[in-house]
Design a protein around this ligand. Structure first.
Ligand code: NDP
Length: 250
């Protein structure tokens, strides 16, 4: 959805949490949401990276963000309950939740895949977003216009050799988003949608395609219109949909 143009201050008065906000697409989304007026909660595992994004937002003169360090590979139910309590205490409500953080795992045949790596990928990419969503649903319910975004991939809709747990985790992510969107459709104002970012110039892309010229791919900043649309009021009532961030709207 490259052709959406966000009005200035689209996200004013919205509190938006982004996972994996220290780098790549999450970093770009954090800066962009802050530029459009949101209060952004930067969640991730590497504090220095989160601090650098925090500083960039402050330097640009946008609203003060918050940093929430959390390692999704080890976080427990108690950690997510605490997250919900802290957010409720600090902000009172939550209007946007962007499940962006993921890991790639191994690029190897299933026959060769290490089960420990498999479990780690499923933990970070699937189980952590499930636990976080469950803990934050009550807070999202307090918003008049809450939006949850799950991040998939082309290999989350069509399996591909050697993509192992990552591909399977993205199928699971899409399933989770579909289940949750049906469960909330008639009972809640929360909308739940999926973004497939498409090939984007980040560390993960370089790790997956080491021989590729990074200049061939769009930068994270270029794919922000779909995030803007889904986090702002123009998508109110849109739920259970899958968006390719690098396509035009139909
Ligand atoms: P990056 O690897 O550049 O960034 C991933 C972010 O997730 C980093 O900030 C990373 O933190 C964070 N993260 C990883 N593990 C954990 C953890 N255990 N706890 C907390 N945070 C963690 O990836 P991209 O920006 O490329 O990808 C963003 C999303 O887009 C992912 O869901 C990915 O699957 C998806 N995607 C990306 C595509 C692309 O071409 N780039 C294509 C299709 C989908 P840290 O920096 O500290 O490691």
């Amino acid at each position: 959805m490259l052709d959406y143009t966000a009005p200035e201050q689209l996200l004013k008065n919205r509190v938006i949490l982004i996972t994996g906000a220290g780098d790549g697409i999450g970093r770009a989304a954090a800066l962009d949401c802050a530029r459009l007026g949101a209060t952004v909660i930067l969640l991730g595992r590497t504090i220095e990276k989160l601090e650098a994004v925090y500083d960039d937002i402050e330097r640009a003169g946008h609203g003060q963000p918050a940093i929430y360090p959390l390692d999704l590979s080890t976080a427990t139910d108690e950690n997510y309950i605490e997250l919900a309590q802290v957010l409720e205490g600090e902000f009172g409500s939550l209007d946007g939740l962007v499940h962006n953080a993921s890991i790639l795992g191994q690029r190897t045949p299933i026959s060769n895949y290490e089960s420990r790596t498999w479990q780690l990928v499923m933990q970070v990419n699937v189980t952590a977003p499930f636990m976080m969503t469950q803990a934050l649903l009550p807070l999202l319910e307090t918003s008049n216009d809450a939006s949850i975004i799950f991040t998939s991939s082309s290999v989350g809709a069509q399996g591909k050799a050697y993509w192992g747990a990552y591909s399977v985790s993205k199928f699971a992510t899409e399933g989770m988003a579909q289940v949750l969107s049906e469960e909330t459709e008639n009972t809640s104002k929360i909308r739940v949608n999926i973004i497939n970012p498409g090939a984007t110039r980040t560390n993960m892309r370089a790790q997956a395609y080491p021989g590729e010229d990074p200049g061939l791919n769009l930068a994270p900043e270029d794919i922000m219109p779909t995030y803007q649309y889904l986090l702002g009021p123009d998508s109110t009532g849109v739920t259970g949909q899958r968006f390719n961030a690098q396509e035009m709207s139909k």
